[in-house]
Design a protein around this ligand. Structure first.
Ligand SMILES: [Mg+2]
Length: 341
């Protein structure tokens, strides 16, 4: 099999702002895997927080070509060979997605059927970026008819995080979730979490820094489920996460792809953990890979392609609040011809 990759810049419809950064564009790496005249595609959304970039992902794909072999169905063996190269989980997930796309096309089945899963998963949340309480409420109000749950980014360190949720709660009835992106101390978390519980917040994502000593204390004290994201990357992290959280946020860009993500969902169940499926800023190509396994999860946050100005890979259908994977073979997305700018 032949493997190619290129960097693509996705332009956001609006600037995103979270506790540690803000941006107007996101660079992803799109890969093409060719086998007997058929191509499979996948996308990497490298996460700077973990020392990955589009450039490092591109370099990984360049080195991965000789480890791919010629049998697209040898997913376990290919995964084991790629795992001998360090890090670069986003790039690994792009190759894994391209393999699943290719296998689906060869079999004439969508990936969700290839894996024996249901097509329809939970509705996706929509992300309300960090801003002033009034501003976040205004933005929530605009989308309350379109989305069945909202995820609020918190962690501004200005003492107003609970007010942000209050302001949004005042204008919308849909379930609310919050993501602190590691920006609270244990004391802040112990103080804020019960107040968020009183506002009906469904879960609090990554309130403490990854590895923070206070994790077990917070889990024991919290009336609201704590989910971890920055603390949870691959299967090996799950026993530790079970000591500090009630649930995990799986992202393909962290797990290294669909296969590891599926393993993680089952291990999470065995440990009594809830499962959320998240994403980065991604086109429909990246979101599709996650949408195909969304039915395994309790909570879904797959709004990445809805946040960009123009999706270069349509095919995931946003229907009644759900990011529905295609029933076309493979990932079921096709590259669009976009207007040149
Ligand atoms: Mg998060």
């Amino acid at each position: 099999m032949d493997l190619d990759a290129r960097i693509v810049t996705l332009r956001l419809a609006e600037t995103f702002v979270i506790a540690r950064e803000s941006a107007d564009t996101a660079d992803v790496v799109q890969v093409e895997l060719r086998h007997d005249g058929i191509s499979g595609f996948g996308e990497a959304a490298p996460i700077e927080r973990y020392g990955e970039s589009a450039e490092s992902a591109l370099e990984f794909v360049g080195n991965a070509g000789e480890l791919i072999g010629d049998d697209p169905w040898a997913l376990e063996e290919i995964g084991a060979r790629l795992a001998t190269l360090p890090g670069e989980y986003a790039a690994k997930s792009a190759v894994d997605a391209a393999l699943h796309d290719l296998c689906g096309r060869l079999a004439g089945e969508p990936v969700w059927r290839l894996l024996g899963l249901r097509r329809v998963g939970p509705p996706t949340s929509w992300t309300i970026w960090l801003g002033d309480p009034d501003d976040m409420a205004r933005r929530a109000e605009k989308v309350r008819e379109r989305f069945r749950r909202l995820k609020l980014k918190l962690g501004a360190r200005d003492g107003l995080d609970v007010e942000r949720v209050q302001a949004v709660r005042g204008v919308v009835d849909v379930p609310l979730q919050v993501d602190v992106n590691e920006y609270w101390t244990l004391d802040e978390a112990l103080d804020n979490v019960p107040r968020l519980g009183a506002l009906g917040v469904e879960y609090v994502e990554q309130p403490l820094p990854a590895g923070d000593q206070g994790g077990a204390t917070l889990k024991a004290a919290s009336p609201v489920p704590i989910y971890v994201d920055e603390d949870c990357h691959t299967l090996a992290d799950l026993p530790r996460c079970a000591g500090r959280a009630h649930g995990i946020n799986i992202k393909l860009a962290k797990s290294g792809g669909i296969r590891e993500a599926v393993r993680m969902t089952h291990a999470a169940r065995a440990l009594g953990l809830g499962v959320m499926l998240g994403c980065m800023i991604e086109s429909g190509l990246g979101i599709a890979a996650a949408a195909h396994i969304a039915s395994l999860c309790d909570h879904v946050d797959l709004d990445g392609n809805l946040l960009i100005a123009e999706d270069p890979w349509p095919g995931v259908e946003f229907r009644d609040g759900v990011q529905l994977p295609s029933d076309a073979p493979g990932l079921g997305v096709r590259q669009a011809i976009l207007n040149p700018r």
